[in-house]
Design a protein around this ligand. Structure first.
Ligand SMILES: Cc1cc2nc3c(=O)[nH]c(=O)nc-3n(C[C@H](O)[C@H](O)[C@H](O)COP(=O)(O)OP(=O)(O)OC[C@H]3O[C@@H](n4cnc5c(N)ncnc54)[C@H](O)[C@@H]3O)c2cc1C
Length: 398
Protein backbone atom coordinates (compact mmCIF):
# COMPACT_ATOMS: atom_id res chain seq x y z
CA UNK A 1 0.00 0.00 0.00
CA UNK A 2 1.55 3.35 -1.00
CA UNK A 3 1.43 6.31 1.38
CA UNK A 4 1.95 10.00 0.57
CA UNK A 5 1.89 13.17 2.64
CA UNK A 6 -0.76 14.99 0.58
CA UNK A 7 -3.39 13.66 -1.83
CA UNK A 8 -5.31 16.27 -3.85
CA UNK A 9 -8.64 14.95 -5.14
CA UNK A 10 -9.36 16.91 -8.33
CA UNK A 11 -6.82 18.43 -10.73
CA UNK A 12 -9.05 21.35 -11.75
CA UNK A 13 -7.88 24.96 -11.50
CA UNK A 14 -7.88 24.90 -7.70
CA UNK A 15 -6.27 21.48 -7.14
CA UNK A 16 -3.53 22.23 -9.69
CA UNK A 17 -2.88 25.71 -8.18
CA UNK A 18 -2.52 24.25 -4.69
CA UNK A 19 -0.07 21.61 -5.98
CA UNK A 20 1.97 24.38 -7.60
CA UNK A 21 1.92 26.50 -4.43
CA UNK A 22 3.21 23.52 -2.41
CA UNK A 23 5.74 22.26 -4.93
CA UNK A 24 8.94 24.11 -3.92
CA UNK A 25 8.38 23.60 -0.16
CA UNK A 26 7.44 19.96 -0.68
CA UNK A 27 10.71 19.37 -2.51
CA UNK A 28 12.69 20.72 0.49
CA UNK A 29 10.68 18.64 2.94
CA UNK A 30 10.73 15.55 0.69
CA UNK A 31 6.94 15.38 0.75
CA UNK A 32 5.19 13.40 -1.91
CA UNK A 33 2.01 14.89 -3.41
CA UNK A 34 -0.48 12.95 -5.50
CA UNK A 35 -2.99 14.73 -7.74
CA UNK A 36 -5.94 12.54 -8.78
CA UNK A 37 -8.00 13.63 -11.78
CA UNK A 38 -10.43 11.68 -14.03
CA UNK A 39 -9.81 13.73 -17.21
CA UNK A 40 -6.39 13.61 -18.85
CA UNK A 41 -4.93 16.87 -20.22
CA UNK A 42 -5.93 17.17 -23.85
CA UNK A 43 -9.16 15.19 -23.36
CA UNK A 44 -11.81 16.92 -25.40
CA UNK A 45 -14.08 17.16 -22.34
CA UNK A 46 -12.73 18.54 -19.08
CA UNK A 47 -15.31 20.12 -16.78
CA UNK A 48 -12.93 22.72 -15.39
CA UNK A 49 -11.33 23.69 -18.69
CA UNK A 50 -14.37 24.01 -20.91
CA UNK A 51 -15.32 26.98 -23.04
CA UNK A 52 -15.22 29.22 -19.98
CA UNK A 53 -12.78 32.01 -19.35
CA UNK A 54 -11.97 33.43 -15.93
CA UNK A 55 -11.41 37.00 -14.87
CA UNK A 56 -8.25 36.84 -12.79
CA UNK A 57 -7.98 39.70 -10.36
CA UNK A 58 -4.84 41.80 -10.14
CA UNK A 59 -4.13 40.02 -6.84
CA UNK A 60 -4.30 36.61 -8.60
CA UNK A 61 -1.89 37.80 -11.27
CA UNK A 62 0.58 38.74 -8.51
CA UNK A 63 0.17 35.27 -7.00
CA UNK A 64 0.92 33.59 -10.34
CA UNK A 65 3.93 35.84 -10.75
CA UNK A 66 5.15 34.73 -7.34
CA UNK A 67 4.64 31.07 -8.33
CA UNK A 68 6.69 31.63 -11.50
CA UNK A 69 3.92 30.69 -13.93
CA UNK A 70 2.65 34.13 -15.02
CA UNK A 71 5.18 34.42 -17.88
CA UNK A 72 3.63 31.36 -19.55
CA UNK A 73 0.01 32.49 -18.89
CA UNK A 74 0.57 36.11 -20.02
CA UNK A 75 0.83 35.63 -23.83
CA UNK A 76 -2.85 34.55 -23.92
CA UNK A 77 -4.19 36.80 -21.14
CA UNK A 78 -6.13 39.96 -21.98
CA UNK A 79 -5.63 42.89 -19.59
CA UNK A 80 -8.70 44.65 -18.17
CA UNK A 81 -7.91 48.37 -18.23
CA UNK A 82 -11.40 49.61 -17.36
CA UNK A 83 -14.59 48.18 -15.88
CA UNK A 84 -17.74 49.86 -17.13
CA UNK A 85 -20.75 49.23 -14.88
CA UNK A 86 -24.19 50.21 -16.11
CA UNK A 87 -27.86 49.73 -15.35
CA UNK A 88 -30.19 49.07 -18.32
CA UNK A 89 -32.95 51.66 -18.68
CA UNK A 90 -31.19 54.18 -16.43
CA UNK A 91 -28.51 56.73 -17.07
CA UNK A 92 -26.43 55.73 -14.08
CA UNK A 93 -23.08 54.22 -15.02
CA UNK A 94 -19.69 54.14 -13.45
CA UNK A 95 -16.21 53.34 -14.67
CA UNK A 96 -13.32 51.93 -12.69
CA UNK A 97 -9.97 52.42 -14.34
CA UNK A 98 -6.53 50.93 -13.82
CA UNK A 99 -5.00 54.38 -14.23
CA UNK A 100 -7.09 55.83 -11.38
CA UNK A 101 -6.28 52.83 -9.19
CA UNK A 102 -2.59 53.16 -10.13
CA UNK A 103 -2.17 49.55 -11.19
CA UNK A 104 -1.02 48.19 -14.59
CA UNK A 105 -4.36 46.38 -15.05
CA UNK A 106 -7.48 45.79 -12.95
CA UNK A 107 -7.27 42.11 -13.84
CA UNK A 108 -6.81 39.71 -16.74
CA UNK A 109 -9.15 37.42 -18.64
CA UNK A 110 -7.76 33.98 -19.46
CA UNK A 111 -9.47 30.99 -21.06
CA UNK A 112 -9.71 28.18 -18.50
CA UNK A 113 -8.25 25.69 -20.98
CA UNK A 114 -5.09 27.79 -21.32
CA UNK A 115 -4.81 28.45 -17.60
CA UNK A 116 -5.14 24.72 -16.89
CA UNK A 117 -2.55 23.89 -19.51
CA UNK A 118 -0.02 26.34 -17.98
CA UNK A 119 -0.62 25.08 -14.41
CA UNK A 120 -0.31 21.43 -15.37
CA UNK A 121 2.87 22.10 -17.41
CA UNK A 122 4.51 23.85 -14.40
CA UNK A 123 4.15 20.81 -12.12
CA UNK A 124 7.29 18.76 -11.50
CA UNK A 125 6.49 15.05 -11.78
CA UNK A 126 9.25 14.19 -9.26
CA UNK A 127 7.23 15.97 -6.54
CA UNK A 128 3.65 15.88 -7.82
CA UNK A 129 2.59 12.49 -9.10
CA UNK A 130 -0.41 12.51 -11.44
CA UNK A 131 -2.97 9.74 -11.11
CA UNK A 132 -4.83 10.45 -14.31
CA UNK A 133 -7.23 9.30 -15.52
CA UNK A 134 -8.44 8.12 -12.10
CA UNK A 135 -11.37 8.96 -9.86
CA UNK A 136 -11.64 8.67 -6.08
CA UNK A 137 -14.77 6.65 -5.33
CA UNK A 138 -14.58 6.28 -1.57
CA UNK A 139 -12.64 7.60 1.42
CA UNK A 140 -12.09 5.98 4.80
CA UNK A 141 -10.60 7.59 7.91
CA UNK A 142 -7.46 5.99 9.32
CA UNK A 143 -5.81 6.65 12.66
CA UNK A 144 -3.50 9.19 11.07
CA UNK A 145 -4.95 10.06 7.72
CA UNK A 146 -7.28 8.81 5.02
CA UNK A 147 -7.40 5.82 2.68
CA UNK A 148 -8.62 6.70 -0.81
CA UNK A 149 -10.18 4.06 -3.05
CA UNK A 150 -9.73 4.76 -6.76
CA UNK A 151 -11.82 3.52 -9.69
CA UNK A 152 -8.80 1.60 -11.09
CA UNK A 153 -9.11 -0.73 -8.05
CA UNK A 154 -6.01 0.74 -6.40
CA UNK A 155 -5.97 2.51 -3.03
CA UNK A 156 -3.73 5.10 -1.49
CA UNK A 157 -3.07 6.30 2.08
CA UNK A 158 -2.34 9.94 2.83
CA UNK A 159 -1.63 12.12 5.81
CA UNK A 160 -3.75 14.93 4.38
CA UNK A 161 -6.58 14.64 1.84
CA UNK A 162 -7.60 17.80 -0.03
CA UNK A 163 -11.10 17.58 -1.44
CA UNK A 164 -10.89 19.82 -4.53
CA UNK A 165 -13.46 17.96 -6.65
CA UNK A 166 -15.67 20.99 -7.27
CA UNK A 167 -18.33 19.41 -5.05
CA UNK A 168 -19.14 17.12 -7.98
CA UNK A 169 -18.25 13.65 -6.74
CA UNK A 170 -20.49 13.03 -3.75
CA UNK A 171 -17.40 12.47 -1.54
CA UNK A 172 -18.26 15.49 0.64
CA UNK A 173 -21.69 13.97 1.34
CA UNK A 174 -20.09 10.53 1.90
CA UNK A 175 -18.00 12.14 4.65
CA UNK A 176 -21.14 13.57 6.26
CA UNK A 177 -20.21 17.17 5.47
CA UNK A 178 -23.33 19.23 4.93
CA UNK A 179 -23.34 21.95 2.27
CA UNK A 180 -25.91 24.71 2.23
CA UNK A 181 -27.34 25.36 -1.25
CA UNK A 182 -29.08 28.70 -1.85
CA UNK A 183 -30.35 28.74 -5.44
CA UNK A 184 -30.35 32.14 -7.16
CA UNK A 185 -33.17 31.02 -9.48
CA UNK A 186 -30.84 31.99 -12.34
CA UNK A 187 -28.85 30.18 -15.00
CA UNK A 188 -25.67 31.61 -16.55
CA UNK A 189 -25.38 31.38 -20.31
CA UNK A 190 -21.73 31.52 -21.39
CA UNK A 191 -20.37 32.09 -24.86
CA UNK A 192 -17.64 33.87 -26.80
CA UNK A 193 -18.68 36.85 -28.91
CA UNK A 194 -16.93 38.98 -31.54
CA UNK A 195 -17.84 42.59 -32.25
CA UNK A 196 -17.27 45.21 -34.94
CA UNK A 197 -15.53 47.64 -32.54
CA UNK A 198 -12.40 46.74 -30.54
CA UNK A 199 -13.07 46.15 -26.84
CA UNK A 200 -9.93 48.09 -25.88
CA UNK A 201 -9.53 46.15 -22.66
CA UNK A 202 -12.91 47.21 -21.25
CA UNK A 203 -14.95 44.75 -19.15
CA UNK A 204 -18.66 45.56 -19.18
CA UNK A 205 -20.92 44.69 -16.25
CA UNK A 206 -24.55 45.46 -17.02
CA UNK A 207 -27.48 45.06 -14.68
CA UNK A 208 -30.96 44.52 -16.03
CA UNK A 209 -34.31 43.73 -14.43
CA UNK A 210 -34.01 40.16 -15.75
CA UNK A 211 -30.52 39.57 -14.30
CA UNK A 212 -26.92 40.76 -14.59
CA UNK A 213 -24.68 40.27 -17.61
CA UNK A 214 -20.96 40.74 -18.23
CA UNK A 215 -18.81 40.95 -21.36
CA UNK A 216 -15.13 40.46 -20.59
CA UNK A 217 -12.30 41.14 -23.07
CA UNK A 218 -10.41 38.21 -24.61
CA UNK A 219 -7.46 38.12 -27.04
CA UNK A 220 -8.20 38.54 -30.79
CA UNK A 221 -10.94 41.05 -30.06
CA UNK A 222 -13.29 38.40 -28.73
CA UNK A 223 -15.29 38.88 -25.53
CA UNK A 224 -16.66 36.27 -23.18
CA UNK A 225 -20.34 36.70 -22.39
CA UNK A 226 -21.82 35.75 -19.00
CA UNK A 227 -25.56 36.34 -19.31
CA UNK A 228 -27.68 35.40 -16.32
CA UNK A 229 -31.38 34.82 -16.75
CA UNK A 230 -34.26 32.99 -15.12
CA UNK A 231 -33.73 29.26 -16.08
CA UNK A 232 -36.52 28.95 -18.74
CA UNK A 233 -35.44 32.19 -20.36
CA UNK A 234 -31.78 31.06 -20.41
CA UNK A 235 -32.88 27.80 -22.06
CA UNK A 236 -34.86 29.77 -24.66
CA UNK A 237 -31.81 31.95 -25.45
CA UNK A 238 -29.68 28.81 -25.64
CA UNK A 239 -32.02 27.32 -28.27
CA UNK A 240 -32.12 30.39 -30.56
CA UNK A 241 -30.43 30.42 -33.96
CA UNK A 242 -27.17 32.43 -33.89
CA UNK A 243 -28.57 35.50 -35.68
CA UNK A 244 -31.64 35.63 -33.39
CA UNK A 245 -29.43 35.24 -30.34
CA UNK A 246 -27.16 38.10 -31.46
CA UNK A 247 -30.19 40.31 -32.08
CA UNK A 248 -31.51 39.77 -28.54
CA UNK A 249 -28.08 40.26 -27.03
CA UNK A 250 -27.57 43.47 -28.98
CA UNK A 251 -30.93 44.80 -27.76
CA UNK A 252 -30.00 44.07 -24.16
CA UNK A 253 -26.35 45.14 -24.24
CA UNK A 254 -26.55 48.10 -26.65
CA UNK A 255 -23.89 49.29 -29.09
CA UNK A 256 -20.89 49.98 -26.87
CA UNK A 257 -18.95 47.35 -28.87
CA UNK A 258 -20.62 48.22 -32.19
CA UNK A 259 -22.41 45.35 -33.96
CA UNK A 260 -22.17 41.98 -32.23
CA UNK A 261 -21.12 39.76 -35.13
CA UNK A 262 -20.42 36.18 -34.13
CA UNK A 263 -21.32 33.88 -31.26
CA UNK A 264 -19.47 30.66 -30.30
CA UNK A 265 -20.97 27.55 -28.68
CA UNK A 266 -23.29 28.30 -25.77
CA UNK A 267 -23.17 26.65 -22.34
CA UNK A 268 -25.62 26.81 -19.43
CA UNK A 269 -24.75 26.80 -15.70
CA UNK A 270 -27.54 26.79 -13.07
CA UNK A 271 -26.44 29.11 -10.25
CA UNK A 272 -26.54 28.63 -6.48
CA UNK A 273 -24.52 29.91 -3.58
CA UNK A 274 -23.06 26.73 -2.08
CA UNK A 275 -21.25 26.81 1.24
CA UNK A 276 -19.78 23.78 2.97
CA UNK A 277 -20.52 23.80 6.71
CA UNK A 278 -17.06 22.32 7.43
CA UNK A 279 -13.84 23.09 5.62
CA UNK A 280 -11.30 21.37 7.85
CA UNK A 281 -11.11 18.22 9.92
CA UNK A 282 -8.01 16.40 11.13
CA UNK A 283 -6.27 15.15 7.95
CA UNK A 284 -8.87 16.77 5.65
CA UNK A 285 -9.44 20.10 3.87
CA UNK A 286 -12.40 20.97 1.62
CA UNK A 287 -11.19 23.51 -0.96
CA UNK A 288 -12.35 25.45 -4.03
CA UNK A 289 -15.89 25.02 -5.31
CA UNK A 290 -16.35 22.11 -2.89
CA UNK A 291 -15.95 24.65 -0.04
CA UNK A 292 -17.77 27.62 -1.59
CA UNK A 293 -19.32 28.16 -4.98
CA UNK A 294 -20.30 31.74 -5.86
CA UNK A 295 -22.36 33.56 -8.48
CA UNK A 296 -20.01 34.21 -11.42
CA UNK A 297 -21.04 37.75 -12.34
CA UNK A 298 -18.73 39.40 -9.82
CA UNK A 299 -15.88 37.10 -11.00
CA UNK A 300 -14.74 36.25 -7.47
CA UNK A 301 -15.05 32.46 -7.05
CA UNK A 302 -11.76 31.23 -8.42
CA UNK A 303 -9.85 34.28 -7.21
CA UNK A 304 -11.00 33.56 -3.66
CA UNK A 305 -10.06 29.87 -3.99
CA UNK A 306 -6.61 30.83 -5.23
CA UNK A 307 -6.08 33.00 -2.12
CA UNK A 308 -7.34 30.08 0.01
CA UNK A 309 -4.85 27.76 -1.71
CA UNK A 310 -1.94 30.13 -1.08
CA UNK A 311 -2.90 30.54 2.59
CA UNK A 312 -3.23 26.76 3.00
CA UNK A 313 0.17 26.15 1.40
CA UNK A 314 1.75 28.82 3.65
CA UNK A 315 0.25 27.27 6.80
CA UNK A 316 1.29 23.72 5.85
CA UNK A 317 4.83 24.75 4.95
CA UNK A 318 5.28 26.91 8.08
CA UNK A 319 4.01 24.23 10.45
CA UNK A 320 6.43 22.10 12.49
CA UNK A 321 3.82 19.30 12.38
CA UNK A 322 2.94 16.76 9.69
CA UNK A 323 0.45 18.08 7.06
CA UNK A 324 -2.68 16.49 8.56
CA UNK A 325 -2.28 18.21 11.94
CA UNK A 326 -5.63 19.71 12.98
CA UNK A 327 -4.23 22.86 14.65
CA UNK A 328 -2.37 23.75 11.43
CA UNK A 329 -5.53 23.29 9.37
CA UNK A 330 -7.59 25.32 11.86
CA UNK A 331 -5.01 28.07 11.61
CA UNK A 332 -5.55 28.10 7.84
CA UNK A 333 -9.31 28.32 8.28
CA UNK A 334 -8.97 31.12 10.82
CA UNK A 335 -6.65 33.04 8.45
CA UNK A 336 -9.07 32.82 5.52
CA UNK A 337 -12.39 33.23 7.37
CA UNK A 338 -12.48 37.02 7.04
CA UNK A 339 -11.55 36.98 3.34
CA UNK A 340 -14.18 34.29 2.64
CA UNK A 341 -16.93 36.13 4.57
CA UNK A 342 -16.09 39.44 2.90
CA UNK A 343 -15.82 38.03 -0.65
CA UNK A 344 -18.90 35.80 -0.43
CA UNK A 345 -20.91 38.66 1.14
CA UNK A 346 -19.73 41.14 -1.52
CA UNK A 347 -20.48 38.77 -4.38
CA UNK A 348 -23.90 37.76 -3.00
CA UNK A 349 -25.02 41.34 -2.21
CA UNK A 350 -23.89 42.70 -5.59
CA UNK A 351 -25.75 39.86 -7.35
CA UNK A 352 -28.99 40.29 -5.37
CA UNK A 353 -29.02 44.09 -5.53
CA UNK A 354 -28.34 44.16 -9.24
CA UNK A 355 -30.70 41.28 -10.15
CA UNK A 356 -33.76 42.89 -8.66
CA UNK A 357 -36.41 44.79 -10.60
CA UNK A 358 -38.31 46.01 -7.51
CA UNK A 359 -38.55 49.83 -7.73
CA UNK A 360 -37.06 50.52 -4.30
CA UNK A 361 -34.05 48.28 -4.85
CA UNK A 362 -33.63 49.43 -8.43
CA UNK A 363 -33.69 53.02 -7.16
CA UNK A 364 -31.10 52.14 -4.54
CA UNK A 365 -28.92 50.59 -7.19
CA UNK A 366 -29.31 53.71 -9.33
CA UNK A 367 -28.16 55.83 -6.39
CA UNK A 368 -25.50 53.23 -5.67
CA UNK A 369 -24.01 53.56 -9.13
CA UNK A 370 -24.19 57.35 -9.02
CA UNK A 371 -22.82 57.28 -5.50
CA UNK A 372 -20.00 55.01 -6.63
CA UNK A 373 -19.06 57.55 -9.24
CA UNK A 374 -19.41 60.50 -6.93
CA UNK A 375 -17.73 59.12 -3.85
CA UNK A 376 -14.15 58.22 -4.75
CA UNK A 377 -13.58 56.26 -1.51
CA UNK A 378 -16.57 53.96 -2.21
CA UNK A 379 -15.41 53.41 -5.76
CA UNK A 380 -11.87 52.70 -4.62
CA UNK A 381 -13.21 50.16 -2.08
CA UNK A 382 -15.28 48.44 -4.80
CA UNK A 383 -12.28 48.41 -7.14
CA UNK A 384 -9.99 46.87 -4.52
CA UNK A 385 -12.58 44.18 -3.79
CA UNK A 386 -12.95 43.41 -7.50
CA UNK A 387 -9.15 43.30 -7.86
CA UNK A 388 -8.91 40.73 -5.08
CA UNK A 389 -7.13 43.19 -2.80
CA UNK A 390 -9.99 43.61 -0.34
CA UNK A 391 -8.16 42.25 2.70
CA UNK A 392 -4.54 42.50 1.76
CA UNK A 393 -2.32 45.00 0.10
CA UNK A 394 -0.15 44.36 -2.89
CA UNK A 395 3.05 44.22 -0.82
CA UNK A 396 1.60 41.29 1.13
CA UNK A 397 1.21 39.28 -2.02
CA UNK A 398 4.04 40.42 -4.23
C1 LIG B 1 -20.07 30.37 -15.66
C2 LIG B 1 -18.98 30.58 -14.65
C3 LIG B 1 -18.06 31.62 -14.82
C4 LIG B 1 -17.07 31.86 -13.85
N1 LIG B 1 -16.22 32.92 -13.99
C5 LIG B 1 -15.33 33.19 -13.03
C6 LIG B 1 -14.45 34.31 -13.11
O1 LIG B 1 -14.48 35.08 -14.08
N2 LIG B 1 -13.56 34.54 -12.10
C7 LIG B 1 -13.51 33.72 -11.01
O2 LIG B 1 -12.72 34.00 -10.09
N3 LIG B 1 -14.32 32.64 -10.90
C8 LIG B 1 -15.21 32.35 -11.88
N4 LIG B 1 -16.02 31.26 -11.77
C9 LIG B 1 -15.80 30.32 -10.66
C10 LIG B 1 -14.73 29.30 -11.03
O3 LIG B 1 -15.02 28.68 -12.26
C11 LIG B 1 -14.64 28.23 -9.94
O4 LIG B 1 -14.32 28.90 -8.74
C12 LIG B 1 -13.54 27.23 -10.25
O5 LIG B 1 -13.81 26.55 -11.45
C13 LIG B 1 -13.49 26.20 -9.13
O6 LIG B 1 -12.51 25.26 -9.45
P1 LIG B 1 -12.40 23.88 -8.68
O7 LIG B 1 -11.07 23.32 -9.12
O8 LIG B 1 -12.68 24.04 -7.24
O9 LIG B 1 -13.60 23.00 -9.22
P2 LIG B 1 -13.81 22.39 -10.66
O10 LIG B 1 -13.46 23.37 -11.69
O11 LIG B 1 -15.19 21.83 -10.65
O12 LIG B 1 -12.77 21.18 -10.74
C14 LIG B 1 -12.94 20.01 -9.98
C15 LIG B 1 -12.05 18.91 -10.56
O13 LIG B 1 -12.22 17.73 -9.77
C16 LIG B 1 -12.30 16.61 -10.64
N5 LIG B 1 -13.07 15.55 -9.94
C17 LIG B 1 -14.41 15.47 -9.74
N6 LIG B 1 -14.73 14.35 -9.07
C18 LIG B 1 -13.56 13.71 -8.81
C19 LIG B 1 -13.23 12.49 -8.13
N7 LIG B 1 -14.16 11.68 -7.61
N8 LIG B 1 -11.92 12.11 -8.04
C20 LIG B 1 -10.94 12.93 -8.58
N9 LIG B 1 -11.23 14.09 -9.22
C21 LIG B 1 -12.51 14.47 -9.35
C22 LIG B 1 -13.02 17.16 -11.89
O14 LIG B 1 -12.75 16.36 -13.02
C23 LIG B 1 -12.41 18.55 -11.99
O15 LIG B 1 -11.24 18.58 -12.79
C24 LIG B 1 -17.00 31.01 -12.72
C25 LIG B 1 -17.91 29.95 -12.56
C26 LIG B 1 -18.90 29.75 -13.51
C27 LIG B 1 -19.90 28.62 -13.32
Amino acid sequence: MSRVQIAIIGGGLVGASLALALQAGARERQWKIVLIEPYAPGDSYQPSYDARASALSYGSQLIYQQLGVWSSIAPRAEAIHDIHISDRGRFAATRISATAEQVPALGYVVENAWLGHCLWAALDSDIVEWRCPARVEKMRTLDKGYRLYLDDDSSLDCDLAILADGGRSGLREQLGIYAQHTPYGQTALISNISSSLPHQGVAFERFTEAGPMALLPLPENRSVLIWTREPNEAQRLYNLADHEFLQELQACFGYRLGALQQVGSRHLYPLSLVQSREQVRAHLVVLGNAAHSLHPVAGQGYNLSLRDSMALADCLLASPHTPGDLSTLQRYQHMQQFDQDLTIGFSDRVTRLFSNGKPLLAGGRHLGLLGLDLVPAAKHWFARQAMGLGVQNTQDIG
